[in-house]
Write a protein that binds this ligand. Sequence first.
Ligand SMILES: [Zn+2]
Ligand SMILES: [Zn+2]
Length: 338
Amino acid sequence: MKAVVFYGPGDLRFADVPMPRPKPGEVLVRVDAALTCGTDVKTYRRGHPVMIPVIPTIFGHELAGTIVEVGPGVQGVREGDRVVAANSAPCGACSSCQRGRANLCEDLFFWNGAFAEYALIPRRVTGVNLQKISDSLPARHGAFAEPLACALHALSLAEIRVGDQVVIFGHGPLGQLLGLLAIHQGGRVLLIGKPGPRFDRARGHGFECLESLPDVVPAVRKVTGGQGADVAIDATGRPEVWEQAVTSTRRGGTTVFFGGCAPGTEVRLDTRRLHYEELKLVGAFHHTPSGIRRAISLLESGAINPDVLVTHEMRLSEVPEALELMARGLALKVLIQP
Ligand SMILES: [Zn+2]
Ligand SMILES: [Zn+2]
């Protein structure tokens, strides 16, 4: 079969690889739709010790497909089922899992393999994070379950109330997906981004948009009637923007750190505000199996239309080009239909 194989930073190869066969606990899925993700861009550039511990490996982690073969011992799914497989699986046994924090699992298992004609879903994933989707859900929407589950997790921590002013820093695919979800949950969204095709597209989604300039915080205060954001979310992963997000948060408001910063970076915080204004600062990482299920039902209900985030459709052989477009800020999500 054809696949896009990651050999190391900067080295992706479109290649013929042996057709996988499912061993006990595994499931073979024909990939009907896969999506590029910001994490893929980062990994392509500098590798990812957690998400890609062994190389070479087939790249990509957002997919929906159809089961073509079920390995021995797999329960609950069969050939012909349309499914979404998440890119990770918690262990269910560690102290974090036991406390209901599956995204913080101490033995979180990651796999990649969406950019191929067929994907072999590992045993640990088939047990907890392989979900059937309804016949009416297009695969191209199903493939959004993983990023949407990440956004759902972040917004569950934000505890948005109807009418809340939500300020999102970052106009990339996840910033915009967070925005769509925040609107669905009753928030008013102000999106901060840099001019360009992706930011232009955001203007069509019902967001108020503001250019990210050095004096963005006073501008946010102005737009929010002097108060600041009820909820401010960083979706850039840059420490200076984390600080802007905190500074933009109103008294008693919540700041969510969704974008992960480079290792070793630090931020400065105003202790007076944290204490006297009871700011709530919270990190948001990854997703949980229940989040994947909720994301699928949101997509099935049509409450979120992810098509607005798909800027390009390309072939498997064009994945490196697709990632290049993303890196240059010219694409939001690229749909790959093997
Ligand atoms: Zn992703
Ligand atoms: Zn665990």
